[in-house]
Design a protein around this ligand. Structure first.
Ligand SMILES: O=C(O)CCC(=O)C(=O)O
Ligand SMILES: [Fe+2]
Length: 251
């Protein structure tokens, strides 16, 4: 095949997730996180990596997951998810640590803007040691699976006093092919103002980085704090799988 027939991304997709992470447009991501509290990392995972991760959901291999949550039983929505237990499988440890390494500086800048101590260490291993010392020892990465009619109510992924302010969701299914509907939705609640909605368009393998709960917004008299929530609109047809990466562990 002539080289001109190669897809522009055919080289990138052979690279490791770590290389695809480093080659993201980080200045744009940081600027969008500051403006909206959310940014997309395009093509973070390949289609093969996505289907491999989504297939883990049905693997009975003991020890892979620490718990399964049926959302309707808790009023969380409809659909289900499973929390991975330690050790995390495959590419997850490096992906989680690599994302943390990129996001820690933003988390520290946000903390300073909110008048808090910028206390996030550069390494995720060190941050996890602190979570574990504070009693938050259980792994929080999760696989979610939604079928037709399912949805995820607006929520915040808080699991104790240790909170890393950014989290990541990777869309593992191909929208328009594997499922329809099921949009990632965020709301931003501003002091004494009406809430702002945001829909995050994702393709298979794209990741969304967004604020877990609070973030600073630059106002005319300095920074103020807004409250963010995220959820998923109803899946109209098919099956939608996602990978959730939260950087603090759970009590
Ligand atoms: O399925 C989604 O897009 C959202 C998943 C989620 O709420 C999470 O990973 O925290
Ligand atoms: Fe969530």
């Amino acid at each position: 095949m002539a080289t001109s027939h190669l897809q522009p991304n055919s080289f990138e997709t052979r690279q490791s997730p770590a290389v695809r992470l480093e080659s993201q447009d980080w200045p744009r991501v940081e600027a969008e996180l500051d403006r909206d509290g959310v940014a997309v990392l395009p093509e973070l995972l390949t289609a093969d990596e996505c289907s491999g991760l989504a297939a883990l959901y049905d693997e009975g291999r003991g020890g892979l997951f620490r718990s399964r949550v049926v959302m309707a039983r808790h009023g969380f929505g409809q659909g289900e998810y499973k929390y991975f237990g330690y050790p995390l499988p495959g590419l997850l440890p490096d992906l989680r640590a690599g994302l943390y390494g990129r996001l820690a500086a933003i988390a520290n800048r946000w903390a300073s803007a909110l008048g808090l101590e910028p206390h996030y260490p550069p390494s995720h291993a060190e941050y996890l040691r602190r979570c574990h010392a504070a009693g938050q020892t259980r792994a929080t990465p999760l696989l979610l699976r939604y079928g037709a009619g399912d949805y995820n109510c607006l929520h915040q992924d808080l699991y104790g006093t240790m909170v890393f302010p950014l989290q990541v969701v990777v869309l593992l299914s191909a929208p328009g092919v594997a499922f329809d509907g099921g949009e990632l939705v965020l709301t931003e609640q501003r002091p004494r103002m009406q809430s702002r909605p945001m829909v995050v368009p994702l393709r298979q393998g794209d990741a969304a980085v967004f604020a877990v709960s609070h973030r600073p917004v630059q106002g005319s008299r300095g920074f103020y704090r807004v409250n963010m929530r995220h959820g998923v609109s109803r899946i109209r047809s098919g099956t939608r799988s996602t990978l959730g990466l939260i950087f603090h562990d759970a009590a």
